[in-house]
Design a protein around this ligand. Structure first.
Ligand code: SF4
Length: 385
């Protein structure tokens, strides 16, 4: 802790309470995949009790208007990112370097500031948090006939970096303002539940609202290291062959080593991938790439060791690291899910059918993708470019 209290964790609870109290605002909440593996720890709930459905019931008691699931937009991210990966594969762009995942703002910020000459390798896809907000304020706002400027999008995230991601100028739009208005961490939501004296143990489970409330097992594993890569390869395989692979065909990317590699074959095309978590491991991987000691086609990076399950906004247990055990909860949920492929998410299919057309369409590019430019520091040779 800072001895003079100059560094304090940003607390946004009051802003959420103000939005709840404003009769002119419609609150729209999204719950991130990794939150379901951790929110119940503060209440002594076992993972099978601390479901997203029980958290949904609690949030309704607190007065939020619509409760949705970020696994919906994790599936949407996979549709866009898999299509982009295949486009880079076909065009030969991967000869210049792999495609990097872009859903972790801690990692994106690290790359922009530390290796600004490499930002073109990032996927242009926004993160699931931001894709959710963009979809809520366009497609969903139209569906319920509400002016998108009256929608207040609140994310419940395992992550502190998401608070600054939603404030970036690249994550807003002239028509409706910010994709996401406010980010609450898992810890902040736990505090709100306590303050409202909600007896979460005795609440019934309630389904999320529709149509942004359905997610697949592939969306759920976004919260664990390796999950984005695995989900993307499941859908990329389908996009190339028109058939689903076995759902666990890409499980070699799982594990608790901070830097892992795997080889796969997608319809006769060999691909070499890496999954890395923790920024120390990430720096080692990038330096190895720059020195041409390794080469990959696709790389997933998560700034937090173990991925979002161990994110900085999750409950803290001194001396215990729970990222990997929470990650296994998410893999367990994927294993028993009815749908395990992002392209089979019926709400995502409806979004493309009714509004976006297809992955990487002009509208999808406008709403769901962004520019990643490097932050060249004064000491960098390209500072003035
Ligand atoms: Fe946030 Fe950490 Fe997840 Fe990155 S890995 S999105 S910094 S919680």
């Amino acid at each position: 802790h800072c001895p003079v209290g100059a560094l304090r964790e940003r607390d946004d609870v009051q802003r959420a309470l103000d939005a709840l109290a404003d009769p002119d605002i419609v609150t729209v909440v999204q719950i991130a995949p990794a939150v379901r593996a951790a929110w119940g720890e503060a209440f002594g709930l076992a993972p099978e009790q601390a479901t997203v459905a029980r958290l949904t019931a609690a949030l309704r008691r607190m007065g939020f208007d619509y409760i949705f699931d970020t696994t919906f937009s994790a599936d949407l991210t996979i549709m866009e990112e898999s299509a982009e990966f295949l486009e880079r594969l076909k065009s030969g762009a991967l000869r210049n370097g792999p495609m990097f995942t872009s859903c972790c703002p801690g990692w994106v910020r690290f790359l922009k500031s530390q290796y600004p000459d490499m930002t073109a390798l990032l996927s242009s896809a926004k993160s699931p948090q931001q894709m959710f907000g963009a979809t809520a304020k366009t497609w969903f706002a139209k569906k319920i006939g509400v002016d998108p400027k009256k929608l207040f999008c609140i994310s419940i995230m395992p992550c502190l970096a998401k608070k600054s991601e939603c404030d970036l100028s690249t994550m807003q739009n002239e028509d409706y303002g910010k994709d996401v208005d406010l980010v609450l961490t898992t810890r902040e939501v736990d505090r709100m539940l306590r303050a409202d004296q909600i007896n979460v143990k005795n609440l019934p489970e309630e389904a999320c609202d529709s149509p942004l409330g359905t997610g697949t097992g592939a969306g759920v594993i976004f919260g664990a290291t390796g999950g984005v890569m695995e989900a993307a390869l499941r859908t990329a395989y389908y996009m190339v062959t028109g058939e689903n692979p076995p759902a666990d065909a890409f499980r070699d990317v799982r594990g608790d080593k901070g830097w892992r590699e795997a080889d796969f074959d997608i319809a006769g095309t060999p691909i070499h991938v890496a999954v890395v978590s923790g920024l120390g491991n990430t720096r080692r991987l990038i330096e190895a790439m720059r020195e041409k000691r390794v080469r990959y086609d696709f790389v997933e990076v998560m700034a937090c060791p173990g991925g979002c399950a161990g994110g900085g906004g999750q409950p803290i247990h001194d001396g215990e690291e729970l990222a990997y055990s929470r990650g296994s909860v998410l893999y367990g949920l994927d294993e028993v899910a009815n749908l395990r492929f992002s392209h089979e998410n019926p709400d995502v299919q409806a979004l493309y059918r009714e509004y976006l057309g297809q992955p990487l369409s002009e509208l999808a590019e406008t709403l769901l993708h962004t520019e990643h430019s490097g932050w060249f520091m004064p000491t960098h040779p390209d500072y003035n470019k």
